[in-house]
Write a protein that binds this ligand. Sequence first.
Ligand code: NDP
Length: 256
Amino acid sequence: MSSGPFDLRGKVAIVTGGNGGIGLGMAQGLADAGADIAVVGRNETKSSAAVAELRARGVRAISIATDVTDKAAVAAMTGRTVRELGRIDILVNNAGINIRKPPDALDIAEWDSVISTNLTSAFLCSQAAYGAMKETGGGKIINIGSMMSIFGASFAPAYAASKGGIVQFTRSCACAWAADNIQVNAVLPGWIDTDLTRRAREQIDGLHDRVLARTPASRWGASADFAGIAVFLASAASDFVTGTAIPVDGGYSIMG
Ligand code: NDP
């Protein structure tokens, strides 16, 4: 591995939802660039497998079982990352869920659950990581939005609200923490083949083909498509890039 603007050796990254899907794709990219990784999720079986997979890439990796909607658990998670891996340079706020119902059928508990998992978690984790980043002279925060940061969907009122909120939260943190040399950006995935969308394809008739027809790249995305953007936004290569929301969607959002 050569040194250069994309080199992450000596850096420590927290990836929420890093035990599968897009989060694991990003964690793999960061590990290949040399970063040590804290994998954060609730499912310890999945997290242990991810940790083994990341260690095989030659970096230090630990699993921290955490519900990212729980403020005290999030504080314990960032504390443990600093104790065991030494610092926090990179935070990927990727954990997310969806409950597919039209607004007239969604109950308040379902709304709260989606908003707290997708949006409040990013606030809690960013706030908890900020001190450690500031102390070491800077950091990188990468928030995961969605095509529903841009578009609406009849079956995703809380999800779309949370993902629109992620973009505005990103911009606000970028403004607030630029003076601390912390860059904050969002990534907006298109339709990616993961557990989340496997469930969507079961629930929504014709979704698979509609996505293919609308995506200029003519395919669903893969978790591995997120390695490159993670390394770019986590490394010195993006030091003058902050507050952006970058689609990684095979052209889905520019298709007329
Ligand atoms: P997955 O279902 O594969 O991953 C979701 C991850 O979030 C899991 O690792 C899960 O881990 C974690 N998670 C969920 N709730 C919590 C919680 N309360 N505390 C801690 N971790 C939690 O889905 P994807 O990889 O597809 O999704 C990742 C992100 O990408 C999400 O934010 C999603 O909205 C977004 N996205 C996905 C798209 C797609 O097409 N797949 C499109 C646009 C955005 P565990 O169960 O162990 O807690």
